[in-house]
Write a protein that binds this ligand. Structure first.
Ligand code: FES
Ligand code: FE2
Length: 410
């Protein structure tokens, strides 16, 4: 399959021109009923979301560079369970519940590290190899009916797109690459086998995870909170949006000046096969549910939004660069990451206040417009994943956008 074919690119350009000149939403665009505020606050709803969304989706976990050798591991707990991700002797990366098969002790305690030849549970010393097999134990003579093969660490689904590793706690989940739909092929332009991980950091924000995630699904806010930054070079009125099945979406925002190049990336190495679109416009994917990636010819961040409580969340920012060969990464990277964090701070500044506000009696639901339709699409998918019958009537989102979703059934 071609990375991002010319037909697709031409279509996006046509759409950008249309969006810029339109005087209202297209005639067939439906009115969107308000999204119930309880979806951001109601404990019962958030429990459903935890179980059916976070517990059953493909979620980005790490890049292969972070666990480079046999026995390199890290602990990952964003979906709710403690999960051990480890590179095996065969160079394959696997994931297991970090739960000893004896009495549930944590097999690994450090957030990341390099194991020598096995993992030893800290409670009574059972040992496991990097493929999760039980290898040894103390006082074996005291166990009756012991079957080592039956006592392997319990595996967790773990699949990759290039070197990017995703985890899904649902054993029945469809394969990652199927679930990504057209995004998997479009990402190939970023030289996925060689793209390098250069940084991961993050910070807590006091709001429900969706309050902040919503801000990354639209550019309607540019003229206010990014007035002196992003808004100076992006033209939000020309934004083109594509909605895909399974909640994924794409947003392409044109530069105000078509020849504009981000001075903060000038001179940086580019992905060899990158298409024109990420070079000339701002292209941002939402890999459902919580991965936003504004891709560029010179590298890209993964922004992950994780719930840490009903009213708290963690923003995680991973950066990836085209392979630059030997030596240090380009000197502009430090500044580039710092600049991006400043924009992120603009996005997060009101989030705790918005959370308070959506909990007040004065809040009657979220009234979305045409250019904010990715948010509505996101919520429609959430209801599909939870199962509409499980959701209290007053917290449901009424499906409106299915006619605008591309390639349904792909
Ligand atoms: S709980 Fe792990 S060895 Fe006992
Ligand atoms: Fe923003």
């Amino acid at each position: 399959m071609h990375a991002m074919d010319q037909r697709f690119i031409d279509r996006v350009y046509e759409s950008l021109a249309f969006e810029h000149s339109r005087e209202g939403p297209p005639d067939d665009f439906p009115a969107l009923p308000p999204i119930p505020g309880g979806r951001y606050t109601d404990p019962e709803f958030l429990k459903l979301e935890q179980k059916f969304l976070w517990g059953r989706s493909w979620l980005y976990a790490c890049h292969g560079d972070e666990i480079p050798r046999a026995g390199s591991y890290l602990l990952w707990n964003r979906s709710g369970s403690s999960i051990l991700i480890v590179r095996g002797e065969d160079n394959r990366i696997r994931a297991f519940y970090n739960t000893c098969r004896h009495r549930g002790g944590p097999v690994v305690r450090d957030a990341s590290g390099q194991a020598k030849d096995s993992f030893t549970c800290g409670y009574h010393g059972w040992t496991y190899d990097f493929e999760g097999r039980l290898k040894g134990m103390r006082d074996r003579r005291d166990f009756v009916d012991l079957d080592f093969e039956d006592l392997c660490l319990v595996p967790v689904r773990c699949e990759s797109l290039g070197n990017w590793l995703f985890i899904n706690e649902d054993p029945q989940a469809e394969p990652l690459l199927d679930s990504l739909g057209p995004i998997a092929a479009q990402m190939q332009q970023f030289d996925l086998e060689n793209i390098r991980h250069i940084d991961t950091h993050g910070f807590e924000v006091e709001c429900n995870v969706k309050v902040l995630l919503d801000a990354f699904l639209e550019v309607y806010h540019l003229g206010s909170i990014h007035q002196h930054t992003v808004n100076r070079f992006l033209d939000h009125r020309g934004t083109s949006i594509i909605l895909w099945p399974r909640g994924h979406s794409l947003m392409v925002t044109p530069n105000r000046n078509p020849d504009w190049v981000d001075p903060g990336t000038r001179g940086m190495i580019e992905f060899q096969d990158v298409t024109e679109l990420p070079r000339k416009t701002n292209v941002s994917y939402n890999i459902y549910p919580n991965l936003i990636t504004p891709v560029a010819a010179t590298g890209l961040p993964f922004l992950n939004f994780w719930p840490t409580g009903e009213r708290s969340m963690y923003v995680e920012c991973h950066w990836f660069s085209p392979d630059w060969g030997d030596g240090h990464r380009h000197e502009l990277w430090d500044q580039r990451i710092e600049n991006f964090d400043r924009i992120l701070a603009e996005d997060t500044q009101f989030a705790p206040k918005i959370q308070k506000s959506v909990e007040s009696k004065g809040f009657k639901g979220i009234k979305l417009n045409y250019q904010e339709r990715r948010i509505y699409h996101w919520h429609e998918e959430l209801d599909r994943r939870i199962g509409i019958d499980r959701i209290p009537q007053n917290l449901r989102v009424s499906p409106r956008l299915s006619g605008l979703v591309e390639g349904r059934g792909d």
